[in-house]
Design a protein around this ligand. Structure first.
Ligand code: CMC
Length: 437
């Protein structure tokens, strides 16, 4: 059922000799918005908001984020609580269905995840044709859109049918994990390891990644737990760049696979999910240059240098990202469990400490974000840097599915098509090339 914000009053806008009365809406956590839908018809004006810094593109009841106070909740549940007590598969169900599953629902969902974990054998041939150096995010996106050629799409009018929804959701969740592991195996030239029916979601992934016919892999409970935590923390983040992409592409009524494939491409960017790979490369660079943390901070502050301090800053968080807090602790736990002392952790801790005392970062309220410590955990688990954003994508998938579903069910469903303020030449007329000199 779609929930709409309550109308709590009006706001007046004066332009020329016209006064326009616009409705003011309030969401369940007290966020207020002016509804400008009639602005253009009444005044001929449009609105200009680069980067949608203050534009709500939809009404949503999935995730609540308060960037001023560092609050993140999925369907009302604090993310810290879910990370501590739940598992990724349960959180995926919560996001897509809007409620936690009972035992029967969870078992059915898990059974479907197992049933749909294999890839059609013809699809496994695709991997062979990518070059060795292919980035796994490119493979991931291409393989996800290819799923639409093998499997039926989720019809809009059947979204409310629980079984239909669960089959599509679990098919995507399960196969994305298999595709991710296969693309890694391809990159290191090892044979694919197929999913096992006796392993849970994260353990299955770790086994597909790290076992081989000649080398069994011991799944450490701490590592499996850490992967659950990381995926839960990434599972949704309201209208971020990739999720908005999924909604926008889906608004043309294209199928879920194509929408998610577009979301994967958006996530790849270094300002978004690709930042986790950049963070690790940045920390490695600091280590190689003798651990000089101050030099990268100076570069990040230099307006003539395009370099940014990856893993810091966020469009909505103006305080410590609540996900980063949990990840920082998980990072220490994992390093202890795998008995590794990663010199990058010491550099990361020093960098964070210095940033939190530096006026440039304090004035702009730039704190560590979710990508700052996650790479060190992945590295300790054995996942290479170019797979970090793939891990982010596996985590974000339930959010994309939930947001895509919600947008399709919205009674105000419309193709998304923003306006612009045109600044090009006024009308001019074609002159043949012979007369242009
Ligand atoms: N290093 C140095 N300066 C920064 C940084 C940074 N990481 N982030 C922002 N700034 C500065 C920026 O130069 C600007 O300064 P000024 O006001 O003097 O021009 C000011 O802070 C505001 O930055 P902005 O680019 O206008 O802010 P935004 O909301 O458009 O960008 C961001 C948000 C995440 C893209 C940005 O903070 C950034 O590039 N961070 C590094 C990349 C990163 O870690 N991305 C992962 C984000 S969390 C995962 C996800 O959800 O995607």
């Amino acid at each position: 059922m779609f929930t709409t914000a309550a109308k709590i009053g009006t706001a007046e806008l004066r332009y020329g000799d016209k006064t326009l009365t616009l409705p003011v809406l309030e969401g369940t956590e007290g966020e207020r918005a002016i509804d400008i839908r009639t602005l253009r018809d009444e005044t001929g004006l449009t609105t200009l908001d680069y980067g949608f810094k203050n534009t709500a593109s939809c009404q949503s009841s999935i995730t609540y984020l308060d960037g001023e106070h560092g609050i993140l909740r999925y369907r009302g549940y604090p993310v810290e609580e879910l990370a501590a007590k739940s598992r990724f598969v349960e959180v995926a169900y919560l996001l897509v269905h809007g409620k936690l599953p009972d035992r029967g629902e969870r078992d059915r969902f898990s059974a479907l995840l197992t049933r749909h974990s294999m890839l059609h054998e013809d699809m496994t041939q695709f991997f062979k044709n990518y070059p060795e150096h292919a980035h796994p995010m490119a493979i991931l996106s291409a393989m996800v859109v290819s799923l639409s050629t093998f499997y039926p799409e989720l019809a809009r009018e059947r979204l409310h049918e629980e079984e239909e929804l669960d089959v599509t959701t679990t098919r995507l969740l399960s196969k994305l994990r298999t595709i991710a592991a296969f693309s890694y195996k391809k990159s290191i030239g090892e044979p694919f390891v197929y999913p096992r029916h006796d392993l849970k979601y994260c353990a299955n992934f770790l086994n597909m990644m790290f076992s081989s016919p000649v080398r069994p892999y011991e799944i450490k409970p701490e590592v499996e737990r850490a992967m659950n935590v990381l995926l839960i923390l990434h599972a949704d983040h309201e209208q971020n760049c990739s999720t908005s992409t999924v909604r926008l592409v889906g608004s043309a009524k294209v199928n879920l696979y194509a929408s998610v494939a577009a979301g994967i491409c958006a996530l790849w960017g270094p300002l978004h999910g690709g930042a986790n790979q950049e963070v690790l490369e940045m920390l490695e660079g600091i280590l190689k240059s003798g651990g000089d943390v101050k030099r990268v901070m100076e570069r990040a502050k230099d307006k003539k240098d395009p370099f940014r301090l990856y893993g810091f800053g966020h469009r909505v968080y103006k305080t410590y990202d609540p996900r980063a807090r949990v990840i920082k602790q998980t990072c220490k736990d994992v390093l202890a469990a795998v008995k590794t002392q990663d010199p990058l952790l010491a550099i990361a801790l020093e960098l964070e400490e210095r940033v939190l005392q530096d006026d440039y970062f304090l004035e702009r309220r730039l704190y560590p974000n979710v990508d700052f410590y996650s790479g060190i955990i992945y590295r300790a688990i054995g996942i290479p840097a170019n797979m970090f954003t793939v891990m982010f994508a596996i985590g974000r998938l339930p959010g994309w599915i939930a947001q895509w579903k919600e947008s399709q069910e919205d009674p105000e469903f419309k193709i998304q098509r923003p306006r612009q303020v045109y600044t090009g030449p006024r009308e001019q007329h074609y002159v043949p090339i012979s007369m242009r000199d």
